[in-house]
Design a protein around this ligand. Structure first.
Ligand SMILES: C[S@@+](CC[C@H](N)C(=O)[O-])C[C@H]1O[C@@H](n2cnc3c(N)ncnc32)[C@H](O)[C@@H]1O
Length: 222
């Protein structure tokens, strides 16, 4: 994959300041993939918005290519982000309802970076939104729930919409169970994509994997 120009310094600074879990070197790899995928002229889709940290990079790539970044989240947090778990941030709890709500954080992140107009937020459960989706996508970035049930549903719901030549990006791929903190479900969908024969690996940046769809989707292969 050709090296894409990095995001402008102010967007990189906004990414680094935003709440979230993605380290900068993985963010740069995601951004490069999004810039490359944007050349297809199709929307770039993310599963797992959280507070918009990674969305900023998709939005910046979308702005460059004149496409739209789509980001799906119910904004109630994954299992490991709930109160009492390692990844919980009390700031993300709605004080009136007492449940997590990352949507206001996401909206502030995007607004402050001036990237709102390049993003459409899809607020809901990923499988429910995917079931309604029909348009082709240039990039599918999976960074949602880490249980097998969620990762499988994200893969089966969204990957069939990835255009030939489009990029599948999966975060938190840990081949060694000793390295993982939230389960190996992302690793299993990564293997599934490779074993389908419809993808070739483009890059590996720690736990971020980029695969290119080399074959059109079939119902079985996703
Ligand atoms: C690891 S965080 C995403 C981090 C974000 N991409 C970043 O880099 O900052 C996972 C997100 O997926 C969302 N999520 C988990 N399961 C989901 C589902 N089934 N449908 C929609 N969103 C889901 C959670 O609410 C959470 O915000």
């Amino acid at each position: 994959m050709p090296v894409a120009p990095p995001p402008p310094p102010e967007i990189l600074a906004a990414f680094e300041a935003a709440k979230g879990f993605m380290p900068t070197h993985e963010g740069l790899a995601l951004h490069a993939a999004a810039v490359e995928a944007g050349k297809l002229g199709l929307p770039l889709l993310e599963v797992g918005t959280y507070c918009g940290r990674s969305t900023l990079l998709l939005a910046e790539a979308a702005r460059r290519s004149g496409v739209t970044a789509l980001t799906v989240d119910h904004h109630r947090g994954s299992e490991e982000q709930q109160p009492g778990w390692d990844y919980h941030d009390p700031d993300t709890v709605d004080s009136e309802l007492g449940v997590m709500d990352t949507l206001p954080h996401f909206r502030r992140t995007l607004y402050r970076a001036g990237l709102e107009e390049h993003v459409v937020a899809l607020v809901g459960r990923s499988p429910q939104v995917a079931a309604l989706w029909t348009a082709p996508l240039g990039l599918v970035f999976i960074d949602g729930g880490h249980t097998d049930e969620h990762a499988r549903a994200d893969y089966e719901g969204w990957v069939p919409h990835l255009a030939e030549g489009g990029l599948l990006v999966i975060h938190d791929v840990f081949p060694d169970p000793q390295d993982e903190f939230t389960g190996q479900a992302p690793y299993r969908i990564y293997l599934r994509a490779l074993e389908s024969g419809a993808f070739t690996e483009v890059s590996v940046t720690d736990s971020l994997r980029v695969l290119r769809r080399t074959e059109a989707a079939t119902r079985e292969r996703g």
